[in-house]
Design a protein around this ligand. Structure first.
Ligand code: FPP
Length: 257
């Protein structure tokens, strides 16, 4: 059938430098996008879904390994009840409607966050989409839902402490890699590039452990206006970055002692 084990062809422009294996995005500015058009905030979220679809599809086509989208933070529960309810309805709708697109592009979807706080119908749709896409071999799409970087570390520490208490883990064996193993999805390498839209220069509790050495790119446009041209501009910027991870440039001139 048309959906059987789609192995989409990878088409990637030449950016003249490295391409990120893992991209993380803080999708900010939906509310502002709507307000600038004298619309209610929820219309910005609705339009934001079109950006999610376009960016996911483009990243998958370019052969990106992982894409993590900050869709709902633990702090977002504090928003007005109507907005939270709308976002949850939109999430469920997205998870159902996008299934053909995810399958056509070979995308595997998972979620990270405190997922037990999601409404049951959204969680059910999530589990079904995860199951449906589990065998796809293309890009991994991670939705951060009810996600907080500090919450993730605290949740991991609770599990780690339990393992210490039961004797499964020795205190002296704890190092950075041990801690990583207790995070939500430890198998996915750290993001190489983190994009934030709507001009804000903040991390907002996103992937705190994982972004130590991520390159950061801030786009001025609001998320509903972040589409393929804006993505290409960010990837072009990334291709020019020199990443040193605290060391010296790998192929640069030898340092003078
Ligand atoms: C930030 O805009 C965006 C959010 C809090 C939610 C992001 C959600 C979507 C793009 C739609 C749902 C996503 C999926 C994957 C189903 P904001 O409301 O903080 O904007 P503002 O800063 O202008 O107020």
């Amino acid at each position: 059938t048309a959906h059987a084990m789609a192995t989409p062809k990878i088409v990637r422009p030449d950016f003249g430098g490295p391409f990120p294996e893992h991209l993380a995005i803080i999708m900010d500015g939906n509310g502002r996008w709507a307000q600038e058009r004298a619309l209610r905030r929820v219309f910005g979220h609705r339009e934001g879904i079109n950006s999610v679809r376009e960016i996911t599809t483009e990243c998958a086509r370019m052969g990106m390994k992982s894409l993590t989208l900050y869709a709902f933070s633990v702090e977002n529960w504090k928003r007005p009840r109507v907005e939270v309810r709308y976002l949850m309805r939109l999430l469920r709708q997205f998870l159902i409607q996008e299934r053909p697109t995810l399958m056509d592009n070979g995308v595997r979807l998972i979620a990270i966050g405190r997922l037990d706080s999601l409404p049951k119908d959204a969680l059910d749709a999530l589990r079904e989409t995860e199951a449906l896409t589990a065998k796809n071999s293309g890009m991994l799409l991670r939705l951060a839902l009810s996600y907080g970087g500090r919450a993730e570390i605290a949740d991991g520490l609770r599990k780690l402490a339990r393992d210490v208490k039961s004797g499964a883990l020795a205190v002296d064996a704890i190092d950075e890699e041990t801690m990583r193993g207790y995070l939500y999805d430890p198998g996915t390498p750290d993001p190489d590039l983190m994009i934030r839209t709507a001009g804000e220069m903040r991390i907002s509790n996103f992937l705190l452990w994982q972004i130590s050495y991520s390159e950061i790119y801030v786009a001025d446009v609001c998320w509903p206006d972040f589409r393929k041209p804006q993505l290409l501009a960010a990837l072009k910027s990334y291709a020019k970055r020199v990443r040193k991870f605290g060391g010296l440039v790998a192929d640069g001139p030898a340092p003078k002692a």
